[in-house]
Every structure is written in C-alpha cells, then in structure tokens.
Design a protein around this ligand. Structure first.
Ligand code: AHR
Length: 504
C-alpha cells in the first residue's frame, strides 16, 4: 500500500547555523572501541599508521567527522592521564572496572588520541576526570596539551616528543555526575564544575569550551542547578561564563530500558515503540532549551547532547561489558529522527556525539580482525553531511500518516532541510514498517532543480551489513522530481532519504 504526505519547505527563510559539531562522535575505552578498534598497535598486520587503523580513519574522514569525545564516558572519571604518556612499554596498567573489568595497558593515551584527531581532521573533545581526579590533575592536563613556552607541563610534553601545543576546543568537566561520575547531587556537582572549570585555563591562543556534565534525559534539576550556578542572566556576548556549555545524555530503546531487547530481532510493535522513544528526545531538548532561555536569554551557554544512540542487548557470545551490538535499518532511522530534531533546535543545541564510533552501541563501524563494515547508521551520517554548518530552513509537515504507539500518535514522516552555497539538502525519515509513502513538498515558488536524490533502506527494518554482505543496506539513487514547484518522491517502507537541490 502507498500512503501520501504533504509538506512545505521555505527555501528563502533561513534559521540558525546547524553546527557541524552536531555530527560529533564518542570513543571510550570500552570494549573494542579503542583497543582492537581505532588502535591496533604499530606491529599489527592490519594497515595502520603509528598504531591507528587506516581504514577507520578513511571511513570517518569521508563523513567529515567534526569532533571526537574521549576517553569516556564513565571511564573518564577513573582515568588518570599521566598513566597514558611516555614510552608505551613503561606505562602503568589499570583495571577498567566499568567496562568488562579488563586490564587496560594505557597504550592509547594523550599523544595517540591527539594523533588520531589529527589524522581524522576532527576537533578533540577531551573529557576530564572530576569524579576521582583532582583539580590540579585536570589543570595540568589542560596545560600539558595546550601551553607553549617552558611551563612544567609544556616541558613534560616536549620530553614526550611533542614540541608544539595542540588546540583543544572542547573540555568535559567529568561525566554523568549523577551516576558513574560520582553519584553527586546537582547542587554539589554544580559547585564542583565551577571549581574545576576555574582552573582549566585558556593557555595562549587556546579557547576552551568547558562542558559541565548535566542531566540524564529530562532531569531538569541538573540543568536548573547548573544554570543557577553559572549565573548568566545578565551575560552579554562579551562575558565569558565559568563554563560555556551543559550536556545531557539520551539513549534510545523500545521503552523497556537499555540493554533489554535484541538489536536485530524485533517485532513491529518494538520497532514503533523504538521510534516513539527516539522521537521523545525532542520534548527533552525543548524542555532544557526553555529552561536555559529563562536563565540565559542571550544564549551564552550552549546545550550539548554528548551521548545519544540506541542501546540493545550485546550480541551472543560477546563480553556483556563490551556493549557490542548489531546495527540495522531501525538504528539508521533513529539517527535520521535525531538529526531532524537536532537541526530544529540548532539555536541552542550546538554539539552532539553518537555513542559510540566503533564496535560499541550504535556504532558507525564494526570490525572483526581485518574486516570492516560500515553500518546503516554510518550511511545516515554520510548522506546528511551537507547539513554541517549549513543554515536551517523552515520545514513543515502539513499532512502525514501516523501510528498509535501507547497513548501517542507517532507521525510516520520526519524531515528537515538546510541550505549552504546555493544548495539545499532535504532529509526525510519514513517510519512506516510496511507501506510506501508518496511525499509532495511545496517549494513555495522558489526555482530549484534536483541535483541528487538517494534512499537508504532494505527488505526488512532489521537488515544489517556484515562482511558477507557489506552493502546490504547502502544508499541507492531514488527518483525525485519537481513539477510546478512541488518536489515529489516515493519513499519505500522504513527508509531514510536525502534530496539535494540546486537553487537558481
Ligand atoms: O556509552 C556508554 C556509557 O553510557 C558511558 O560510559 C556513560 O557515560 C553512559 O552511561
């Protein structure tokens, strides 16, 4: 069956810039994300440069990865950076008690991470240890990374082979302080965040965006306490508050909790409940933004969602602490929904990081030995990369089918659009499990032509890529045309599509 939907995109009405950092990534010392993921070591038969796996770098460069958050996550609050510098064979070992209770050899440390960011062309987002570290330790790390001259930490960096300071634009003040980061109260953490942020200095020309660790989902107590503590009611664009951003985390499941259902085996009901849960992030973002607007009307403090994505059961036979899950068309559509929501809230929401890049949770890339597979989610990042640093466009759905999920009506079409350099990009996420959808988008009289139209789908919403069928779920061309100022396209069931328009 084919349903119909109508929408409008106003190609002349631009909104805020969609920061490229909304397309950010997260890499934790967890399972096979770093070790046997990004890092294979210099002696590995897998092609690498200085120990970093080259096919991963190539794949991520192709999606214009804008930033990478490291070393956690929960791991960040038990990581002591001095263990990860100096000759590798002399680095101390530690137990990674959060993730698999395995022994970490610290072979991937500060220099390796900065080297990786350099190879990726991505901005580093370093997450400091507030939970079990000290203010001095965090301040020293900032100095080690970013200070020139011959300060003690700059000297130590030079002794370890790096002369020039690095640029580090993003700095995390701990992680999930309500849980693994220290089980603190919002008020206690807000004080700690101010104290730590004060000593994370801007050395030389390096400007840190200090990110306070905020809410789990919609727990507004955290945003409120952090906004009160940063006291920005009178902030102007020239003020520099003690921290410049507040984060929150949002993981998608089908309503029964993280880690309770399988990644690739699900019913239609579980599929729709997953989509409703993913769409629920919009309410959460809107609530955080409304509160931040009240405390900071001039928008000096940014909102950051530095962990998002699906969280399913681990695959059979894998370490439960390694969070290795399959990635299907359903996951790709969760990503499509998130990006539309991120674009709509681009005024305040300036960064987001999917969890996690390689071999963990909703990964872009899955590896096994020397094989590498790009997941359906990866393709959404690739198809959507034109939104990075583009201007948001007014995009409205006038009519679309919906599905009843619990006591909610879930619209089965989501879309957003942006424009950059006379090219508009329209993204469409079609959620119907079985029906096709004929979509008509009124371009409001603006002359345009279709430059490229692609769709990502498969026979089943549970289809995934693996080494024997790496392109089972991959973008293919789709027919899209403009007649009398109306753009039309037929979307298959459970699909994600992008249409690029050249504007006259
Ligand atoms: O991404 C996995 C974990 O999820 C992170 O370490 C933590 O911050 C969150 O609970």
């Amino acid at each position: 069956m084919t349903a119909t939907a109508r929408a409008v995109v106003d190609l002349d009405v631009t909104g805020p810039v969609i920061s490229r950092h909304l397309y950010g990534h997260f890499a934790e010392h967890l399972g096979r994300c770093i070790y046997d993921g990004f890092w294979v070591g210099e002696d590995s038969p897998v092609p690498n440069e200085r120990g970093i796996r080259l096919d991963i770098v190539e794949a991520l460069r192709a999606v214009n990865i804008p930033n990478l958050r490291w070393p956690g996550g929960c791991f960040a609050d038990e990581y002591h950076w001095r263990d990860g510098i100096g000759p590798r064979d002399q680095r101390p070992r530690m137990a990674n008690t959060h993730w698999g209770d395995v022994i970490e050899n610290n072979h991937f440390g500060t220099h390796e991470f900065m080297d990786l960011c350099d190879m990726l062309g991505a901005d580093p987002y370093v997450n400091g240890n507030l939970g079990s570290g000290t203010v001095q330790e965090m301040a020293d790390w900032v100095e080690y990374l970013t200070r020139d001259d011959d300060s003690p930490m700059a000297r130590l960096r030079r002794e370890n082979g790096r002369d020039e300071p690095w640029k580090v634009p993003f700095w995390g003040l701990g992680n999930e302080a309500w849980g693994c980061g220290g089980t603190m109260s919002p008020e206690h953490y807000a004080n700690e965040a101010r104290r730590y942020a004060t000593f994370c200095r801007n050395h030389g020309g390096n400007q840190l965006t200090r990110i306070a660790a905020g809410a789990n989902e919609g727990d507004l107590r955290w945003t409120r306490a952090l906004m009160e503590a940063v006291n920005c009611l009178g902030c102007t664009k020239d003020d520099n508050p003690v921290y410049q951003a507040i984060s929150f985390h949002y993981y998608t499941h089908s309503g029964t909790g993280i880690n309770t259902e399988d990644a690739a085996g699900f019913t239609d009901d579980q599929y729709y409940r997953t989509m409703a849960y993913a769409a629920g992030i919009e309410r959460i973002v809107a609530a955080h933004v409304a509160l931040m607007d009240a405390y900071d009307p001039r928008g000096r403090i940014d909102l950051v969602c530095d962990e998002w994505g699906t969280w399913w059961n681990v695959e059979e036979g894998t370490n439960p602490g390694f969070l290795f899950q399959q990635n299907t068309v359903r996951d790709a559509l969760v990503a499509g929904l998130h990006f539309d929501i991120f674009h709509r809230h681009a005024r305040r929401l300036t960064m987001a990081n999917i969890a996690q890049t390689v071999n963990v949770l909703q990964a872009m890339i899955l590896t096994d030995g020397d094989s590498l597979v790009l997941t359906p989610t990866y393709h959404v990042f690739e198809m959507n990369k034109g939104h990075q640093d583009a201007l948001q466009l007014g995009a409205h759905i006038l009519e679309a089918p919906s599905e009843t999920v619990g006591d909610e009506e879930l619209p089965l079409l989501s879309f957003s659009a942006s424009v950059k350099d006379h090219r508009a990009l329209v993204s469409l996420t079609h959620l119907a499990a079985h029906d096709d959808l004929d979509v008509s988008i009124d371009l409001r009289g603006r002359a345009a032509s279709v430059a490229r139209a692609r769709v990502l789908s498969a026979e089943s919403a549970s289809a995934f890529n693996d080494p024997s069928a790496p392109d089972r779920v991959a973008p293919t061309p789709v027919e899209a045309q403009i007649d009398d100022g109306v753009l039309s396209v037929r979307l298959p069931a459970h699909s994600f599509a992008t249409i690029e328009l050249d504007l006259a």
